[in-house]
Design a protein around this ligand. Structure first.
Ligand code: ADP
Ligand code: 5GP
Length: 191
């Protein structure tokens, strides 16, 4: 039985801080990690695939899963847009012997940390500043302007919770962030 069974790693941060970039990098170099694919009611972006980035559900299907108790945590992350972690995802990945890695918002991350305690490493990825965050979100060009403002407003709120995380990692120079994230995750898995 592998040593890392039942461990989970949570990456949370305001949208645009670099979670997807960091998590995808770790997944590409560490086969022992398995990505927890969340469910969401948001529409897929170009190149996103059902079952890979997210399980894209309509509102009714999402609500049915909430009623059936299928979510480990779920949240209306933005006005009218729901996201949630399915219990079945964690079970699926543990059965494969993987350490589960989550990319979730700040409230969801704290809930998952509360559930798994010492078996969870909760990392808060922080942008160097809100101006830089805005710039990165604009460059990513995945949101229209009013959604951008919604994400910045939420970022302001979420930054208050950074100190409740096990670790805060500032994503300034990307290569340095990736190297630090790898070393932190490897140390945790080896513990
Ligand atoms: P999140 O998943 O937290 O919303 P992303 O990983 O999508 O964030 O990153 C937001 C944007 O910022 C992307 O276009 C990404 O390529 C870019 N980015 C991420 N980290 C850095 C960095 N350290 N320096 C410059 N741009 C970055
Ligand atoms: P995006 O729409 O940019 O993919 O994600 C928006 C936000 O939703 C990000 O902060 C992301 O981490 C968060 N998110 C994604 N999946 C989940 C989830 O399962 N639960 C929670 N609470 N947040 C999630």
């Amino acid at each position: 039985m592998s040593l890392h069974l039942n461990k989970v790693i949570i990456f949370s941060a305001p949208s645009g801080s670099g979670k997807t970039t960091v998590v995808n990098h770790l997944l590409s170099i560490m086969p022992e990690l398995g990505f927890s694919v969340s469910a969401t009611t948001r529409k897929p972006r170009p190149h996103e695939e059902h079952g890979r980035e997210y399980y894209f559900l309509d509102q009714n299907d999402f609500e049915a899963k909430v009623s059936n108790g299928e979510f480990l945590e779920h949240e209306e992350v933005y006005n009218g847009i729901f996201y949630g972690t399915l219990n079945s995802e964690v079970e699926r990945l543990w059965l494969l012997g993987k350490t589960v890695i989550f990319d979730v918002d700040v409230a969801g991350g704290l809930r998952i940390k509360q559930k798994y305690g010492e078996n969870a490493l909760a990392i808060f990825l922080r942008p160097p500043s809100l101006d830089i965050l805005m710039e990165r979100l604009r460059k990513r060009s995945t949101e229209v302007e009013h959604q951008l403002q919604m994400r910045i407003d939420k970022a302001n709120f979420e930054l208050q919770f950074a100190d409740q995380y096990d670790l805060v990692l500032i994503n300034d120079v990307l290569e340095e962030t990736l190297a630090k994230a790898e070393s932190i995750v490897r140390d945790f898995i080896a513990k």
